[in-house]
Design a protein around this ligand. Structure first.
Ligand code: TRP
Length: 508
């Protein structure tokens, strides 16, 4: 039904999961994407509702419109306001040895969502996808999946509530059952329309979309969510190029008896050498990698970051910078948290009061510690630690009391798991089995993950808690927490002193 217009004669923007290129003006037209894909823009009201129901200030990516589009995120929020939870699903195609800063964006945002909403998360590594599309051996893709998973884990996901899996390793009956059900609902003609397959596409590629679609249904993860396809709704944070996969998924959801997954979608991360450029592993100066040294970061930004500033100091002072194309400015929008500071930089640099060298230095100062911290955290992710994320049986990935105890637990307790002491996990798993035996069923109720209290219970719990914490919410529990930490520290110090004293006595 396309009519030929002048528009079509110019080079049109192309956005598919494998190909992103801007239109003739070198820019991505996001409003057009939203129109064509049929998703919605995230508005202020929705952001405010998220802040209200999570009691958390919105992440800068959300506040600044970098995650800008959605499908039914409002419905997830409405359900959450009523006490219903959901799970998060995101992923990565492991095609390169290390990640660049753009790769971190969806994971940093997912981490924020997980902590703010206190919900479980699954992360898919599509080693099969990269094998089918790239000139790579399957064994290499599988190795890269694990390497990339270390960088993902280093974003700080809680291993107790996060399950990371690679397709070629995790593929199991529950997963496969979902795949075939999805596959049967989509004709080759539809797949051609959605993904652009041709007669030359290998049949692995044509068959791949159900692999990425399936994790949108909770019964792909029976160890976490039980066997009911409607145990939990799913929210998928991703870049907007992944939308075609989930448009397809949403189209078939009701036919296979599941909920449509909701989406929250981001813009693309601009390449170092300019918005229309590509960040590619074959050109190391085209991106900043999480493995770069402080010196490399500085050099790359100074030499290669595309600048919208004046060509000379005089020109910059006279006309100011073009913020629309300036990469240091765009990157600061992603990674400089301080809103006030960002605003000031925009004003000064845009008006010419600030020079290109200065904004580049600010960016170096923001990125260097961020990358260095990432490297420190990554060094902690040994193979042993990684196994905890990947293990579908040993960790309590089932939330025996997901919505009660889980809330009260702090996030980020990973030291505890590192020693491999699993007794707590075993206890939880045993308790779970017991509960399931008692209930005489392996199926959990709709809208309710294994072990989760029924929604009425949950509402009551929430009400009680709100009353308990009423007048000085936050401050009171923070004080309590601080007192607890202090008491623990004092106890430890006392024990240490006693031991030291005992040793001292023994020595004399
Ligand atoms: N296809 C994605 C990529 O190449 C990886 C992926 C799998 C994904 N499942 C996902 C991304 C879910 C976002 C959400 O990077």
């Amino acid at each position: 039904m396309t009519t030929t217009t002048e528009e079509e004669e110019e080079s049109e923007q192309v956005v598919t999961p494998w190909d992103v290129s801007a239109g003739a003006d070198g820019k991505i037209d996001y409003a057009k994407l939203v129109r064509e894909f049929g998703c919605s823009e995230i508005d202020k009201n929705l952001i405010e509702r998220i802040e209200m129901c999570t009691q958390t200030k919105a992440h800068p990516f959300l506040r600044r419109g970098l995650f800008f589009a959605h499908r039914e995120l409002d419905e997830i929020v409405t359900a959450y306001e009523k006490g219903e939870k959901f799970y998060l699903y995101t992923g990565r195609g492991p095609s390169s040895e290390s990640l660049h800063l753009g790769h971190l964006v969806p994971f940093q945002f997912t981490k924020w969502l997980q902590v703010a909403f206190k919900v479980p998360l699954v992360i898919q590594l599509t080693d099969d996808e990269k094998f089918l599309w790239k000139d790579l051996q399957l064994e290499d893709c599988r190795r890269l999946a694990r390497e990339n998973a270390k960088d993902i884990a280093a974003c700080g996901f809680n291993p107790e509530t996060t399950f990371i899996f690679a397709d070629a390793s995790y593929m199991c009956s529950s997963f496969y059952v979902n795949m075939v059900k999805i596959a049967k609902c989509v004709t080759f003609n539809q797949a051609k329309g959605i993904f652009g397959f041709t007669g030359d596409s290998n049949i692995g590629q044509i068959g791949f979309p159900p692999v990425q679609a399936a994790p949108s249904f909770p019964d792909c993860f029976p160890h976490m969510f039980g066997m009911n396809k409607k145990s939990l709704k799913c929210l998928i944070p991703c870049a907007i190029d992944q939308d075609p996969y989930f448009r397809m998924t949403r189209d078939v959801s009701h036919r296979i008896g599941g909920y449509k997954p909701a989406l929250v979608e981001s813009r693309f991360f601009p390449a170092l050498k300019g918005e229309s450029g590509k960040m590619s592993a074959s050109d190391p100066t085209s991106a900043i990698y999480v493995t770069d040294t402080a010196k490399e970061i500085k050099n790359k930004i100074n030499k290669h970051a595309f600048s919208g500033g004046g060509a000379t100091i005089e020109e910059q002072r006279e006309n100011g910078a073009n913020l629309e194309v300036d990469v240091p400015w765009k990157w600061l929008n992603f990674f400089l948290e301080d809103d006030e500071k960002l605003k000031e930089i925009g004003e000064k640099y845009g008006s010419g009061e600030m020079l290109t060298g200065e904004i580049k230095q600010i960016l170096v100062d923001v990125l260097t510690p961020m990358v260095e911290d990432h490297q420190k955290r990554r060094a902690l992710v040994t193979d042993e630690v990684l196994d905890v994320y990947f293990n579908p049986t040993k960790t309590p990935k089932v939330f025996l009391d997901l919505f009660r105890e889980y809330e009260e637990k702090e996030f980020g307790k990973w030291e505890k798991k590192k020693g491999g002491g699993d007794s707590e996990n075993d206890d939880l798993c045993a308790a779970l089995e017991e509960k399931m035996k008692l209930e005489g069923a392996t199926e959990n109720e709709e809208g309710c993950a294994i072990g989760a209290p029924k929604s009425e219970d949950w509402l009551r719990i929430r009400k009680e808690r709100m009353q308990r914490d009423a007048p000085t919410e936050g401050s009171k529990s923070a004080l309590k927490k601080a007192a607890k930490i202090k008491a623990a520290a004092e106890k430890k110090a006392a024990e240490k002193a006693a031991k030291a004293a005992a040793r001292g006595e023994a020595a004399t």
